[in-house]
Design a binder for this molecule. Sequence first.
Ligand code: PGA
Length: 292
Amino acid sequence: MINYTLKQLYSFEAVVRTKSFTRASKELFVTQPAVYMQIQQLTKNIGADLINTKGKTVTPTYIGKMFYQTCIDVIDTLEKSKLDIDQTLDPEAGHLQIAVATTTNSFVSHILAKFKKKYPRMSFYLDVTNRESLLKKLDNNEADLIIMGEPPTDMPLITQPFMENPLIAIAHPEHPLLKNQKNTIKNLTNETLITREQGSGTRITIERIIGMQLNSDIEINSNEAIIQAVQAGLGIGFVSKHTVKLELENNVIKQLNIDKFPITRHWYVVHHSKNKLSPIAERFKKFIVENS
Ligand code: PGA
């Protein structure tokens, strides 16, 4: 077993870098004999001279040069790991890895902006993707927290619902079906339907509720692009009401009355039950629930 101590590594690294026992001792806040003793012990442990003691300047021997690089690597790795741990444990400065369903994009940015204002020293990575990809991330443990609709029931998850997610049908303001008080699913048979891509939670839900697979000519993997397409008169789209608030207010698109719609579900904040949340993740989870 290797019996070098961290003190020995730090002392050796400082002596070689500063080329002086005096400067190294000042940097390490210890006496010069203390540094000398650490180098002597390290030399003994390694079994070879590490420092040329002849002459005025301190230089590493051939073995010393080799070992110096190892010291730098070990110290760098340890310092980085300490930084990561400190950031994770310090709720004001931690790092969050969040993955969210494409559809949540419209409100998650607002929640994150408020949270960042409260904890300015925190940092985050936001991954915006569809349901299928979120499920893979859950499986591979690739995010601290995931925000999605309808978490799977066959995985060991901790899930917390926090906000309603109404799915609606939208149409161009001059669409003939808008004249009907109530349309049935049958009324859609001859319409051009614009759907999200395979693997989207929005699409899966709509197919389940209307009881058939959407055989759509137009598949678009972005809610924003679906809204634009509906606005352009391309067909009828299905989106979460959250993504379309402004367009409805400005009457550039209309909500279509169809039997079984709006489909009301919830958003959930989700993580693996075997993962202990970091303090910042814990706070963010609480913040989402309280601020949405
Ligand atoms: P999606 O997910 O962005 O994959 O459609 C949203 C949802 O599950 O409702």
